[in-house]
Design a protein around this ligand. Structure first.
Ligand code: ADP
Length: 266
């Protein structure tokens, strides 16, 4: 059997393939020793392939033979597998990976080109949420954000054009965290969290739809652990991508693309 391990900036993802079915698992990158112990206890006899920014570090702690696979090759390979599992045949699409940071690729048949990225990503959700509310736990942040309202934090086009007809959709954000009342009345924690996630979602989807237009493709596949249990992010990203004439695709287990691609590497 074989195993792919994607050691990222925030999370270490595992995809273990026994008899053609994958078992998935993740550990915080801050607990690399635990992840290594898990491998040593559970993956005896496996072919192990490592990918991700921390793979060399992980490999040096692992007392087992392994291979290193380039991160973007692994991710693209994993995506192809997940798309085929979903019955989606797509030759050319934009892949937007919202991990700790965000990277955007144009995948075309067996080739891919990195078209850009932004430092605004899942790490931004964690960092700004902590600075604004003191919350540090991912689940607590995304659950609280679901109860939040952005109206009192973000300034919309409609707010500015109040009483007249705006030249673009009134519900679009004109200025993230730009609401004039923000300084007067303290915003609720959940409202701030919804706005942090909204800003990240609008940034990654804006960059992705521009990349889609440039590449003349209509689908953007969004992956990365930032979407896990995070309906606020999914809704903002899907909504804005659709508004700009493209289609957002979310794949089950998409955050394990790198680990799956590493496991399938030959
Ligand atoms: P990387 O490969 O850079 O570690 P991921 O695709 O794993 O990136 O995404 C990391 C992001 O996922 C975090 O910044 C955070 O927003 C989100 N996330 C999801 N689940 C967790 C979790 N249990 N702990 C911390 N962050 C999480």
């Amino acid at each position: 059997f074989n195993a792919g391990i994607d050691a990222g900036g925030t999370l270490i993802k595992f995809a273990v393939n026994r008899n053609g079915t994958y078992e998935f698992r993740k550990f915080p990158a801050s607990q690399m020793d635990k992840a290594v112990s898990w491998v040593n206890a559970r993956l005896d006899g496996a072919d192990i392939n490592l990918t991700g920014g921390r793979s060399a570090n992980f490999g040096s702690l692992l007392g087992k033979p392994h291979r290193l696979v380039p991160e973007f090759d692994a991710t693209c390979q994993g995506i192809r597998y997940l798309l085929s599992e979903e019955g989606i045949s797509e030759d050319s699409f934009i892949l937007c990976n919202v991990g700790t940071g965000t990277s955007i690729h144009h995948v075309k048949k067996d080739q891919y080109t990195r078209v850009g990225g932004t430092g605004v990503g899942g790490g931004t959700i964690m960092g700004l949420s902590y600075l604004l509310t003191g919350m540090q736990h991912y689940e607590e942040i995304v659950e609280s954000a679901k109860r939040g309202k952005r109206d009192n934090v973000d300034l919309t086009v409609g707010h500015i054009y109040e009483g007249s007809v705006p030249p673009i959709a009134a519900e679009l954000t004109a200025s993230n965290f730009g609401h004039p009342n923000l300084g007067n009345s303290p915003a609720k924690k959940e409202d701030l969290l919804a706005s942090v996630i909204g800003m990240v979602g609008e940034t990654v989807s804006t960059a992705s739809v521009l990349a889609a237009a440039e590449a003349r493709v209509s689908r953007v596949v969004y992956i990365g652990s930032s979407f896990v249990q995070n309906e606020v992010l999914r809704d903002v990203v899907a909504g804005y991508t659709k508004f700009r004439g493209a289609e957002a695709v979310y794949l089950p287990n998409g955050e394990f693309s790198g680990a799956i691609g590493a496991a399938r590497w030959s």
